[in-house]
Design a protein around this ligand. Structure first.
Ligand SMILES: *[C@@H]1O[C@H](CO)[C@@H](O)[C@H](O)[C@H]1NC(C)=O
Length: 211
């Protein structure tokens, strides 16, 4: 459970909606890592190539996916309907849907706003605050823990990826975690993948995971 802006507006968990903008795993990773407004094409392509190479050589990694930190292109907004219209007609619009999640009919409410582009929420929040003077706004964050992939660029042509398998009460941070760390080095025609390290909880403990 989270409290938005420390006031009366309470949102429970991540808001999920069928109108969400769907992006690929590599786009989400590139967006999170770059911290720019929209998924950068070159980094998206590089990460996609790296992940495919890792999973080709280590097919057991196919069941581990990157865990998004937030849903792109979505905001939670504590304001009235005129602020939604302002967003819709701004250069960040159009707004696909704006659903009221809490609040009285005639006072300020919380809106779950979905844009038609996969904006980085932190960048969008900054711009909405400075350009549109809408202050009480934040991203649609994803809580909990679980399997994940993190990317660490170490040089322009060399990168490290950590695959994490998490299990056991992951909603409050997994009790068990097992890690595989891969280095990826593209050469002329192929990508060289090396398992550098494997560590963490014993994978045999997974039988204790409750369904
Ligand atoms: C955004 O504006 C368009 C064009 O005026 C309109 O059709 C659409 O319903 C608006 N969206 C919302 C969520 O108000």
């Amino acid at each position: 459970m989270k409290v938005l802006f420390g006031c009366l507006l309470v949102v429970v968990g991540t808001l999920l909606h069928t109108n969400a903008v769907v992006i690929s795993e590599e786009e989400q990773m590139a967006l999170e890592i770059s911290g720019v407004m929209l998924p950068p094409k070159k980094l998206t392509k590089t990460i996609g190539e790296h992940l495919r190479a890792i999973r080709k050589f280590y097919p057991q990694m196919e069941r581990i996916q990157h865990r998004p930190k937030w849903i792109p292109g979505e905001l939670l907004l504590a304001a009235d309907a005129s602020a939604v219209q302002k967003l819709n007609s701004s250069r960040y619009g159009p707004v696909k849907t704006a659903e009221k999640v809490t609040g009285e009919e005639d006072s300020s409410s919380t809106f779950h706003v979905i844009f038609d582009k996969p904006y980085h929420p932190a960048r969008l929040v900054e711009r909405v605050q400075s350009e549109l003077a809408i202050q009480e706004v934040e991203g649609n964050l994803i809580f909990g823990d679980g399997n994940d992939i993190t990317y660490h660029p170490t040089a322009p042509t060399y990168a490290t990826y950590t695959f994490k398998m998490g299990w056991g009460d992951c909603s409050s941070g997994c009790i068990y975690k097992h890690f595989w760390e891969f280095s990826v080095a593209p050469s002329e025609e192929t990508v060289t993948v090396k398992l550098e390290k494997e560590y963490g909880s014993d994978l045999n403990n997974r039988e204790f995971v409750k369904p």
